[in-house]
Design a protein around this ligand. Structure first.
Ligand code: SAM
Length: 246
């Protein structure tokens, strides 16, 4: 049988595409892409001429038997999404589950992922954390969902669109109060990358006033009792640096 390769693609900076990812995409028989036109730009840039087949949320169930049959006949397939890791808030997990069930080898490459990248730069506690992804859009559902996840004893990671970020942060304030720490990571790996860090109240107010654009990750600190493991507060930094220079 062939192998299914899960190949992460850049989330904004083409230099993040690994040489191994290029080799794999050149070497496989077929690339299963979320949006073939979008992926074609990447393939052209890296002079990869492997054939593509579309594989997205609307044809997942129909495509899986087609891809499994090809894998069972010995073809190798690479799966890519529009950006970042396949199967993370993107299609992929069902294909992986089907391959595992069919005893087809699955090989994942490490690479770009918006949530993990934002987490490690957030300055918040990195362990334990939970990746939550997109919130439900309907207001009642969103509130119920957030009430459940924001109380977990760990840092939680969400994806949100710039259109809804202000409303969503207001919802965070409603559910967890204004005092908890939160970070909005914007345009990670891109030219206008920035991190908005502060309390839920302060970050929500800044976002409401400035209407930031671009792709965003929200990182919410755990409830107070769990947040204590990060010891470097502003005060601690000032005191320690002063000791050094004095
Ligand atoms: N598979 C991707 C990954 O591994 O991160 C996520 C795909 S999901 C459809 C797209 C969402 O990821 C965006 O709405 C945004 O919340 C987040 N995202 C993707 N690229 C980003 C970037 N460069 N900076 C900040 N957030 C990003």
């Amino acid at each position: 049988t062939g192998t299914l390769y899960l190949v992460p693609t850049p989330i904004g900076n083409l230099s993040d595409f690994s040489p191994r990812a290029v080799d794999i995409l050149r070497g496989v028989d077929l690339i299963a892409a979320e949006d073939t036109r979008n992926t074609q730009k990447l393939l052209t840039h890296f002079t990869i001429d492997t054939r593509q087949i579309s594989f997205h949320e609307h044809n997942t169930q129909a495509r899986i038997p087609v891809l499994l049959a090809r894998l069972q006949q010995g073809e190798s397939i690479a799966q890519v999404s529009d950006a970042g890791m396949p199967a993370i808030s993107d299609p992929g997990q069902e294909l992986v589950a089907a391959c595992v069930a069919a005893d087809i080898p699955v090989v994942a490459l490490p690479g770009p992922n918006a949530g993990m990248t934002a987490l490690i730069a957030s300055g918040l506690v990195t362990q334990p954390f939970a990746f939550i992804g997109f919130l439900p859009r309907k207001s009642q559902e969103q509130k119920k969902f957030l009430t459940e996840y924001a109380q977990l004893p760990m840092t939680t990671i969400y994806y949100e669109s710039p259109m809804r970020i202000a409303k969503t942060l207001a919802r965070f304030a409603e559910v967890v109060g204004g005092e908890r720490k939160i970070v909005v990571a914007r345009e990670v790996t891109k030219k206008f990358e920035s991190y908005i860090r502060g309390t839920v109240a302060a970050v929500a107010a800044w976002v409401a006033d400035n209407s930031p654009k671009g792709e965003m990750v929200i990182i919410l600190a755990p409830p107070a009792a769990q947040a204590e493991t990060v010891t470097w507060s502003g005060e601690a930094v000032r005191a320690a640096v002063q000791d050094r220079v004095a």
